[in-house]
Design a binder for this molecule. Structure first.
Ligand code: UT7
Length: 333
């Protein structure tokens, strides 16, 4: 029997309707469109409005669209892994909630948390279940309602993040297409620069934690920026070297959308021109686990069977990584 690779056979994104523009942010904090655009590349982001709505609602919408476009029955899904930094609640997992919402009655489901690198970590984890022949249809969904943990009085973080979800269907491929290689890394000593202080077992929610705004993202931007530039560029270069890929061989770089300047530095290090870089940060901001599948979804019509695609991410933890994919299908143009 030939080697089985895990290949993406469909991708779908979902973003909520409400658009939070830089102009509107100017009314909330002391900032301006010029600063936000030049320092981050973000022009607007989407926000999930409405009581009782969480990341599962975003993820479920993406999966419902994915099942429809790939003509897949929800009952045929073996496993759903949800990468999220903003679970609906600590438990049950958001993946279980999503499975119920989409009718994936035969799937087992769990969450995976690796902050902004979660989608890559989940994709790599899921690929092993396919490569070993254990399962045939797996959905990896990145879903984050970042607005639920953003302090809209903190100008250094509220300008960056947005809400969204993206999902991919993974199936076996015996023609050498699909996921070829992954390099995944973490360094817990970086945790002090990017974290959410309260609400976990160390510091459960209390009046004091709420008063101190400890249920919002804390980020020390510059050390995170420096680590992100170095790590994302290094790991993307490394995966190219390990797989004998020149810049010409790479059809697309799909970077986590945290900051346009980080993305440009990564592309420069790889020697890949901007025309090969998926960039939609201006529309959605940093949707954490959704950035990479949202890019794949948006560019799906430009992808060709056999295209060499490099995914790269960096996030809280610190966590980072890169995945090399040979795209498995010709999209309908
Ligand atoms: O996805 C997970 C990983 N996260 C990241 O990769 C994010 C990495 N970090 C970044 O992208 C950047 O550090 C930020 C976008 C968060 C901040 O940009 P920066 O260029 O590092 O700005 P800074 O924090 O060094 O601040 C520079 C100046 C400061 O003013 P002073 O002290 O020089 O007078 C800030 O107070 O810009 C000021 N500033 C702002 N000004 C207008 C900070 N935020 C704003 C703002 N509008 N929103």
């Amino acid at each position: 029997m030939g080697k089985i690779n895990a290949s993406i056979t469909g991708v779908q994104g979902y973003v909520p309707d409400y658009i939070l523009t830089n102009k509107e942010l100017e009314t909330l904090v002391d900032t301006n469109d010029d600063w936000i655009t030049s320092r981050t590349g973000v022009k607007e982001r989407r926000i999930l409005k409405g009581e009782g709505k969480g990341s599962s609602d975003l993820g479920a919408q993406a999966i419902i669209g994915l099942l429809k476009k790939t003509n897949t029955s929800a009952a045929d899904i073996d496993l759903i892994i949800c990468a999220t930094a903003t679970p609906d609640m600590i438990f049950p997992s958001t993946a279980c909630i999503i499975a119920d919402k989409v009718g994936a009655i035969n799937a087992f489901a769990y969450d995976l948390m690796a902050a902004c690198s979660g989608f890559l970590f989940a994709l790599s984890t899921a690929s092993k279940f396919i490569e070993t022949g254990t399962y045939k249809k797996i959905i990896v969904v990145g879903a984050d309602k970042m607005s639920s943990i953003v302090d809209y009085t903190d100008r250094s973080t509220c300008i960056i993040f947005g809400d969204g979800a993206g999902a991919v269907l993974l199936e076996p491929n015996k023609d050498g297409l699909g996921i070829q290689d992954a390099i995944l890394r973490s360094d817990g000593s970086g945790g002090e620069f990017l974290h959410l202080k309260a609400g976990g077992s160390v510091k459960p929610a209390s009046h004091a934690t709420i008063d101190a705004k400890e249920h919002f993202i804390f980020q020390d931007g510059q050390p995170v920026f420096k680590a992100a530039v170095k790590s994302m560029a290094d790991v993307s270069g490394e995966i190219m070297t390990n797989n004998n890929l020149s810049a010409d061989d790479v059809a697309w770089l799909v970077p986590h959308q945290a900051n346009k300047r980080i993305i440009e530095a990564t592309a420069r290090r790889m020697g890949v021109g901007n025309e090969k870089v998926m960039l939609n940060i201006e529309k959605y901001g940093n949707t954490t686990n959704a950035t990479i599948p949202l890019c794949l979804w948006e560019w799906e019509n430009q992808l060709n069977k056999g295209d060499n695609i490099i995914l790269a991410a960096f996030g809280g933890g610190f966590t980072w990584g890169s995945i090399f994919i040979k795209w498995a299908y010709d999209s309908k143009k």
